[in-house]
Design a protein around this ligand. Structure first.
Ligand code: ASP
Length: 416
């Protein structure tokens, strides 16, 4: 059994607190000489934060590859792979559709954009969204090394499954080669734990970097949009996921959220579901009792296509911009937004601010002014952090549900 670092959550929270404190002091007070402030910003916060994110990212490809290959190659019943895929994708799309609907419902009642005008300039170059066509094509890599180098998660998952299947069929000829993958997977899990033990310092740098750069004035612009968006994000994370867990698994949502704290903080401070994959994998397997074979498929796929928080932002932003421009969306258009936001959130990469890029797809569809993205971007930093936490919480919820339905969730570990 691998050993988790002691008092990690407490230390991460402390790191967060000190990063926040030092960042605010440097941002708001003038008594620190600017050369020292620059040093703190560049060599402590920026460099420290980037090193930490690089270390996490360094593990993603080998971790996903080895865990998925070892999982698939040890499956005795390959039929179950189809069931697991079907359940996973349905739950991901279903929860995302609920998420956007919630967001549209709240936005249409409270009207964050009515009477709002802003002098924020449009971004110089509009971000370009990825088309559905290329999202689908990207699942099938022409060059696996290139896909790995570019962290193309669905392509890596696809290749790992094929490789695992081939390994499964040839195990008797290869002297049980799959066992070696199993062992390598254990080594990489140990690496995750080693890097996680530096999380308090990493989180200190990432939060400090955020505060020292932007301060805490996020609420000045688009106040209603920010408040409503955060409310829907929290509601979805707490209420919708609790209901899903209760209905499908009868597991305690309280225990679930308690164990998810660390992962949510990671997602919050990195703003990237992809960079959080190693931590999410570790939490769902060692703390929530999800079988490794299920987690190694559900989590990387979820990090790539399941973004409820992102869809919530996209729904809210669309209505906000429509209201701001004096455009009334019809019920049919609302339904279209649901569909488009599901697609746009699937298409968004699991990296910071990706959701604002695919938001363009929706705005274009309705002929809404793309320049308004300037306002959305102005307040996006903190919102991105919160919605990324929601995104990974959604992945873990689905992992628990799928594992439970397959009889592959260890209740004793979950309750421990
Ligand atoms: N940062 C988000 C994620 O990685 C994507 C987004 O909504 O921008 O999950």
């Amino acid at each position: 059994m691998l050993e988790t670092p002691k008092n990690l959550t407490r230390n991460i929270l402390l790191g967060m607190f000190f990063g926040f404190a030092l960042g605010s002091v440097a941002y708001y007070f003038d008594f620190i000489p600017s050369s020292i402030e620059d040093f703190i910003r560049v060599y402590i916060f920026n460099l420290g934060g980037s090193i930490f994110i690089n270390l996490l990212k360094m593990l993603i490809v080998p971790l996903v590859f080895f865990s998925l290959v070892s999982g698939i190659s040890s499956l005795s019943n390959l039929q179950s792979l189809g069931n697991i895929t079907f359940k996973t994708i349905s739950l991901y799309l279903g929860t995302t559709a609920i998420a956007v609907s919630l967001s549209l419902f709240v936005a249409s009642i409270f009207k964050p954009g009515a009477g709002y005008s802003s002098d924020i300039a449009a971004p110089e170059k509009l971000p370009e969204g990825q088309s559905v066509y290329s999202t689908i094509l990207d699942i099938f890599p022409s060059n696996i090394i290139e896909a790995m180098a570019n962290n193309q998660m669905l392509a890596i998952v696809f290749f790992s499954i094929l490789f695992g299947l081939a390994l499964n069929k040839t195990n008797h000829l290869t002297g049980n080669l799959s066992e070696s993958f199993e062992k390598l997977n254990t080594v990489f899990m140990q690496l995750v734990l080693m890097i996680m033990s530096y999380a308090p310092i990493g989180v200190f740098c990432l939060i400090g970097k955020f505060v020292i750069t932007d301060g805490l004035d996020i609420f000045q612009e688009a106040f209603m949009y920010v408040v409503l968006l955060i409310s829907v994000l929290l509601f979805h994370a707490i209420v919708t996921y609790s209901i899903f867990l209760k209905i499908f698994t009868n597991l305690s949502p309280l225990v679930f959220f308690k164990k998810m704290k660390e992962t949510a903080i990671f997602a919050f401070s990195t703003s990237s579901s992809a960079a959080t994959i190693p931590v999410t994998l570790k939490t769902v397997t060692t703390d929530l009792g999800v079988n490794k074979n299920i987690a190694s498929f559900v989590i990387p796929v979820g990090a790539t296509i399941n973004m409820d928080g992102t869809a919530i932002m996209q729904g809210m932003a669309t209505v906000f911009i429509a209201q701001m421009s004096g455009i009334d969306l019809s019920l049919f258009q609302y339904m279209q937004v649901v569909l488009l936001a599901v697609i746009a959130s699937v298409g968004a990469a699991a990296v910071p601010s990706a959701g604002t890029i695919t938001l363009v797809i929706i705005l274009q569809q309705f002929g809404l002014p793309l320049e308004a993205i300037g306002i959305i971007l102005a307040v996006d930093r903190i919102l991105d952090m919160i919605r990324t936490s929601v995104n990974v919480t959604g992945d873990a919820t689905v992992a628990c549900i799928v594992a439970h339905s397959e009889g592959l969730l260890d209740k004793e570990v979950f309750d421990k």
